[in-house]
Design a binder for this molecule. Structure first.
Ligand code: 3HC
Ligand code: NAI
Length: 694
């Protein structure tokens, strides 16, 4: 065995050379890895006794892509193209042996091997689109040559990780190895190549599948049309499509490669990819809690209790059933329990009909959910999540009772949206085991989980909650106790301004349009109509004191009644409403407000700058560990466009100085709702960024 460099070894098994990479955690193609690969292949090719070469990785995965942390900086060492050419042009067969994931640059390298062998648990994909890029080392030119244009379009624009069995069926993988026997199988495959004098298959030379798509521009037009909504605002999907188009229409592979390079660099130098790369690392950073080390003991969660089978309880339970963890759901009345379980079954059946899993899986998951009317049935749960009405007295009562029932050492969690977790914890004798687990609606779909650390919550409980988030496929972000925590606290700023803008002269659809164009999936008024304007509205107490109350009083309670801020047709298409316009005009008149014209710029600034300012207050009060955690909350829980990085990242791009100045001028006109946070003032004075806060 020869150590080529600290991350690359070259060894021999008879007349087969084995190049082994070992660069934890994911064998990303850093300068060291590229140099090691380049040199190992050079030596293996030069060694006359070597007849074939196997490329294999140590650790949990094959190469998971280029090293994203190197992007934007000065590239050192061998280029990825040097490495790829060194492999593809080898006069001896090269076999890539794949386990874990072969992603991005990793799959691009594997596509330069003459053959690919993988274990069934392996996955292959080109996920660059998720960081605002495209596979820039030949991936867009080689992939369609193997899997065809349609499948390639789908893979590069979704970034999906395709299971090895499917890859085998598409010809992306040449042989499946038994699990745990990758190296033996790859070596045997290499020997067979030598013995049978198998051809050195270069993907770049295989044009048959491209020919089939030539002269059919409708393939691309249809694909663009079918995905227009999904791709809205993003630049990367279009550049990915253009690359596949170039593969079909270019006179040669090299010409296609040139087009790919140009489109890649366009994205790489752009603001969207920078924001999306930031988001990638922000999400991983959120897992790191400075005073809770990685080796902190965690509590095994084998059985979960959920209290309340309403909107949230049902969705929360589904997350655990999906992960194979049994759940007991407790309700006060049988009919509420039946209703809740029926909604869950309906959701599962819809997924099964959509092809996400089988009807058998529906039964398996439903079989993990038990209903009960007694808290006593939760006594042996490891975690109980309360999702009852948002009232402190009810929550305290539930927690006091749980404290007497549930075994010691179990976690008692609340899904409250706004209430004080410490006060809820005070109803128990074990506040160190109490935590907030704030799911977002629909709880089985939304990726965000705000994990609310109480004053007395133990580190063990925090570590368990962070780990649990991963188990159930959520992005956990640790936040502190304050009204609305991070997400809803900032949202309240936007809601206040959206309403104020309408009173001052904008129309709800103006505000919605500006935020939609910014990249949110919908604006606050359309969102209100969707959720129902009557959430928290009590008919008997309604006094036409807000626009919402006025609309509810007219039975315009949102989409469900066919009208809210907007009018809806039978297909729930929204139209600006003359009725709402009149309600607004009357309301303004009653308040003595003289409407004025409000610019789109003002709408955006008024809605978003106070959010950035509130984020700064949250940091100042240490309710979030770092600014990027706030961004992770907004990206995963509130539809903030990922290509803008999140409110704090975006705020810095706008310029903290500009935001501070605008907040001051709004404050002078409209009062202290716009008072700049002390942190914002300090950062601007010291010419610093949020990430400089230590
Ligand atoms: N570059 C640099 N670091 C990377 C990385 C990459 N491509 N992929 C993962 N990492 C790091 C993570 O930041 C994390 O670091 P940390 O422990 O310090 O926080 C560590 O590796 C482990 O990552 P995860 O926590 O995400 O581990 P998982 O096991 O959950 O997931 C994975 C593994 C599926 C490989 C996931 O990390 C992933 O999706 N990585 C990104 C893959 C990707 O986008 N590849 C394409 C890169 S761009 C490219 O190749 C351009 C080319 O076309 C020229
Ligand atoms: P919901 O009204 O849909 O459901 C509450 C359920 O709790 C009802 O079915 C009720 O019968 C049951 N319940 C009430 N008291 C109970 C008790 N003592 N024991 C057992 N069951 C009891 O309410 P929703 O929307 O599910 O909200 C629940 C909690 O989740 C609230 O704290 C809310 O603030 C929070 N939340 C709600 C979100 C939403 O979008 N709806 C989002 C995030 C959090």
């Amino acid at each position: 065995m020869t150590a080529i460099n600290p991350v690359t070894d070259l060894s021999k098994d008879g007349d087969i050379a084995v190049v082994t990479l070992n660069s934890p955690p994911v064998n990303a193609l850093s300068a060291n890895v590229r140099d090691g690969l380049f040199e190992a292949f050079r030596q293996a090719k030069e060694d006359a006794s070597v007849k074939a070469i196997v490329l294999i990785c140590e650790g949990r995965t094959f190469i998971a892509g280029a090293d994203i942390s190197e992007f934007g900086g000065q590239m050192k060492g061998a280029s990825l193209f040097d490495v790829e050419n060194g492999i593809e042009d080898s006069p001896k067969p090269v076999i890539a042996a794949i386990h874990g994931t072969a992603l991005g640059g990793g799959l691009e390298v594997a596509l330069c091997a003459h053959y690919r062998v993988a274990v069934p648990s392996a996955k292959c994909g080109l996920p660059e689109v998720n960081i605002g890029l495209l596979p820039g080392a030949g991936g867009t030119q080689r992939l369609p040559r193997i899997v065809g244009v349609e499948k390639a379009l789908e893979m590069v624009t979704t970034g999906q990780h395709v299971p090895a069995k499917q890859c085998f069926e598409m010809g992306l993988v040449d042989e499946l190895a038994p699990e745990g026997k990758l190296k033996e199988t790859a070596l045997a495959f290499a020997r067979k190549c030598v013995a049978e004098n198998k051809p050195l298959k270069k993907v770049r030379d295989n044009n048959a599948k491209l020919e089939a798509a030539k002269g059919h521009p409708e393939i691309f037009a249809n694909f663009r049309k079918a995905n227009a909504r999904k791709f809205r605002g993003f630049l990367a999907p279009e550049n990915n499509i253009k690359c596949i188009e170039a593969a079909v229409n270019s006179a040669s592979f090299d010409e296609g490669l040139k087009a790919e390079r140009k489109l890649f660099m366009e994205l790489m130098m752009g603001e969207q990819s920078a924001a999306q790369r930031y988001a990638f690392f922000a999400e991983r950073q959120a897992n790191k809690i400075p005073d809770v080390p990685d080796d902190t003991r965690t509590i095994a969660i084998k059985k979960v209790g959920v209290i309340g089978a309403g909107t949230m309880g049902g969705g929360i339970s589904m997350n655990f059933a999906n992960a194979g963890i049994p759940v007991t759901i407790v309700e006060v009345k049988q009919d509420a329990l039946d209703r809740g379980l029926k909604v869950v079954r309906g959701n599962y059946e819809r997924s099964a009909k959509g092809g996400r899993f089988t009807m058998d899986d529906v039964e398996k998951r439903m079989g993990l959910l038990a209903g009960s009317l007694s808290l006593e049935d939760l006594k042996d749960c490891d975690l109980v999540i309360e999702a009852v009405f948002e009232r402190m007295d009810i929550k305290k009562d539930v927690f006091a009772r749980l404290d007497g029932i549930v075994k010691q050492g179990a976690i008692l969690a609340t899904n409250t949206s706004y209430l004080n977790v410490d006060e809820i914890a005070s109803a128990t004798k074990r506040p160190e085991y109490v935590i907030g687990l704030h799911f977002f609606s629909p709880a089985n779909v939304m990726r965000l989980l705000e994990i609310v650390r109480g004053e007395k919550t133990s580190k063990e409980v925090v570590a368990t909650a962070m780990k649990l988030a991963k188990t159930i496929g959520k992005v956990g972000v640790l936040v502190g106790v304050c009204p609305g925590f991070v997400g809803n606290r900032m949202l309240a700023q936007r809601t206040r301004e959206a309403n104020a803008l309408v009173l001052e002269g904008a129309m709800p659809w103006d505000v919605d349009r500006v935020l939609y164009d910014f990249g949110f999936p919908m604006g606050p008024f359309a969102m209100g109509d969707l959720a129902g304007l009557d959430i928290g509205w009590v008919k008997e107490q309604s006094k036409s004191s807000t626009l919402r109350e006025c609309l509810c009083e007219m039975d315009r309670r949102g989409q469900k009644t066919g009208a809210g801020f907007y009018d809806y047709d039978e297909n729930r298409n929204a139209k600006p409403s003359p009725v709402t316009e009149k309600v607004i005009a009357d309301f303004r008149a009653k308040q003595g407000i003289n409407p004025r014209t409000i610019s789109d710029d003002e709408i955006l600034e008024r809605c978003l700058y106070p959010m950035v300012n509130e984020g700064a207050k949250i940091l100042e009060e240490k309710k979030a560990i770092r600014a990027s955690d706030i961004d992770v909350v907004w990206l995963n829980g509130y539809g903030f466009p990922v290509y803008r990085g999140g409110p704090m990242y975006w705020g810095e791009k706008v310029g903290l100085q500009k935001i501070l100045e605008r907040m001051k001028s709004f404050q002078a006109q409209m009062g202290d709702a716009f008072k700049p946070s002390a942190l914002l003032e300090r950062l601007v004075a010291e010419d610093k960024k949020f990430s400089d806060i230590k």
